[in-house]
Design a protein around this ligand. Structure first.
Ligand code: NAD
Ligand code: ZN
Length: 377
């Protein structure tokens, strides 16, 4: 059936309110307008940021929402003035725009874009949403909302990828893999022969381990409170594993003793301000670089100024520093050329209707990534 130009009625997992299971509902997705693309979602993974929004970071006024931002799909139809995409193209929706024209896009120093906020997840985006359920507007999370059979995107937030790419795998490049890998390669610019520590070994942290290894790090110390992550971390290149719970002294002291004074690069991939401080303190006082990747918008962090004065650098990394439209197709190519791992991150696959089971697997630490198979390619 030709759906172009028509409202599509389809299924989505709707979060009606914080702290409650998602509900599979019939929703309506409007046709794309100028510079927009409507995408049939084939696969979407569950990221900790979805869970965080549902249980901790939530503002009640931003519900109902459709979560999900790590996805891949096929263009169903395009709005007027869209020349870059055609129905049938394989694509990955992006939570950072890349318009290629603004002062941010023209600067090599940032991956932000001036055309709208990151992920467009605010009241204004809510008012503008053209997705409805039971007569109510629904906010697509981070400007995507991929726990749905169809999404509506601005063309500056869509990356066209190699048609050979398996969408149920490369969906992970839409968030976790690019985020962690890029934090090491683009943000920290890890040097060959260096020593690194990665705190938190979910998909983001494991991708950071993979990035450190790719950059030629000699020693990569993986840190997690979940002992099951020791073996997994090795698969991605970790040389050592430390469980902070097994230590009788602070973790930064343990790492300093293991590395003659501190690591060259550390990465916080948990989203906990205490761990951010530990990661900073774990790096070499003279030249260590610590990168914050984990997400929280509810807490302030602390450190003593002297810890930076002596020579450490504290940085943050959003989407691994990748300019989204350029970086994602490159990462997909790197996967097809077997330069980076993707399949190894996927521990579970489920259907859209099983999304709540996916959250349970994440909460209990059993999964690295659960992929929801939404529709066929
Ligand atoms: P995840 O829940 O799968 O993994 C987190 C890991 O941290 C788990 O293995 C857990 O056992 C471990 N952990 C918890 N407490 C710890 C502690 N005190 N010390 C060491 N390890 C600990 O999460 P994920 O999907 O990999 O995401 C990681 C973080 O990255 C989240 O905060 C997420 O919101 C954030 N994130 C940031 C960006 C970005 O652009 N900066 C993008 C995506 C995700
Ligand atoms: Zn994410």
């Amino acid at each position: 059936m030709d759906t172009a130009g028509k409202v599509i009625k389809c299924k989505a997992a709707v979060a009606w309110e914080p702290n409650k299971p998602l509900v599979i509902e019939d929703i309506e997705v409007a046709p794309p307008q100028a510079n927009e693309v409507r995408i049939k979602i084939v696969a979407t993974a569950l990221c900790h940021t979805d869970l965080y929004h549902l249980f901790e970071g939530m503002e009640t006024e931003l519900f109902p929402t459709i979560l999900g931002h790590e996805s891949a799909g096929i263009v169903e139809s395009v709005g007027s003035s869209v020349t870059e995409f055609q129905p049938g193209d394989k694509v990955i929706p992006l939570f950072i725009n890349q318009c290629r024209e603004c002062r941010f896009c023209r600067s090599p120093k940032t991956n932000l874009c001036d055309k709208g906020p990151i992920g467009a997840h605010d009241k204004l985006a809510f008012e503008k949403s053209r997705i409805t359920c039971k007569g109510k507007k629904v906010l697509p999370f981070m400007g995507i909302g991929s726990f749905s059979e169809y999404v509506l995107m601005k063309q500056i937030a869509v990356a066209k990828i190699d048609p050979a790419a398996p969408l149920d795998k490369v969906c992970l490049i839409g968030c976790a893999i690019s985020t962690g890998f890029g934090a090491a390669v683009n943000t920290a610019k890890v040097e060959a022969g260096s020593t690194c520590a990665v705190f938190g070994l979910g998909a983001v942290g494991l991708a950071a381990v993979m990035g450190c290894k790719f950059a030629g790090a000699e020693r990569i110390i993986a840190v997690d409170t979940n002992p099951k992550r020791a073996e997994t971390a090795k698969v991605f290149g970790a040389t050592d594993f430390v469980n902070p719970k097994d230590q009788n002294k602070p973790i930064h002291q343990v790492l300093a003793e293991m590395t003659n004074g501190g690591v060259d690069y550390s990465f916080e991939c948990v989203g906990n301000v205490e761990v951010m401080r530990s990661a900073l303190e774990s790096c070499n006082p003279g030249w260590g670089v610590s990168v914050i990747v984990g997400w929280t918008n509810r807490h302030d962090f602390a450190a003593r100024p002297i810890q930076l004065i002596v020579g450490r650098t504290w940085k943050g990394s959003l989407f691994g520093g990748f300019k989204s439209k350029d970086g994602v197709p490159e990462m997909v190519r790197a996967y097809l050329q077997k330069k980076i791992k993707v399949d190894e991150f996927i521990t579970h696959s489920k259907t859209l209707a099983q999304v709540n089971e996916g959250f349970e697997l994440m909460k209990s630490g059993q999964s690295i990534r659960t992929v929801l198979n939404v529709s066929s390619e």
